[in-house]
Design a protein around this ligand. Sequence first.
Ligand code: AP5
Length: 213
Amino acid sequence: MILILLGPPGSGKGTQAKRLSSERKWPHLSTGDMLRSAISAGSKTGLEAKSYIDQGTLVPDSVVINLIAERMSAPDCKNGFILDGFPRNISQAEALQKMLTSQKLDIDHVVLFVISDQALIERLSGRRTCSSCSTMYHLQGAPSKTPGICDQCGSPLIQRSDDQTDVVRKRLSVYAKETEPLIAYYRDKGKLSQIDATQPPANVSEQLSRVLK
Ligand code: AP5
């Protein structure tokens, strides 16, 4: 199964990818998580990516394509994987297609998460993430039992630097310009399904399962 989760920032791609990955044992490949790990590790890739992420713009294609190519070649990806946050523009989609074709593989489904900008801004401004294990919370929708502390590992919760309102607005405009053209690209290839991402997480999971049947 090669599945792409496509949708704007905050639409719930990461939440659903984590659920699906734990239920079905498909590796979850998130370029955002990979870049944030590279930043935490202080690597050359992380240093290069940080200013783009902090401004809400896309990291150069060459950087993310290399990251994803290396991850896709790992043994645990041989039976498929979930792509979350990649591809993010037409040139990344074309690079992905080339990589898959060279391995005689193809995309099974592209699932578009549909939600309004106003709901996205509310979700992202309330999102908190564990600084250690990356478990996600929301101040109103999914709070931790003790404010500011992760239920899973007891580490402090942080707000992502790119979840400040002005950066969120920039990310939404980058999505509209760079990523939305992928909707027509995958629809034309007959791969696209869409789900209502405004529903509660369990309901979104059900919609996703129906698409994958
Ligand atoms: P990335 O980390 O990929 O961020 P994103 O795509 O902007 O998506 P998010 O992680 O913000 O949101 P999500 O859709 O996963 O929602 P989530 O489940 O977290 O990218 C960050 C940056 O890295 C980019 O801006 C760019 O600079 C760079 N980058 C990454 N990939 C790149 C690429 N391919 N090319 C170039 N640059 C790249 O949920 C959000 C919140 O809502 C949470 O609090 C959650 O609890 C809550 N929530 C989730 N689902 C629901 C629900 N159904 N109902 C209510 N609340 C919900």
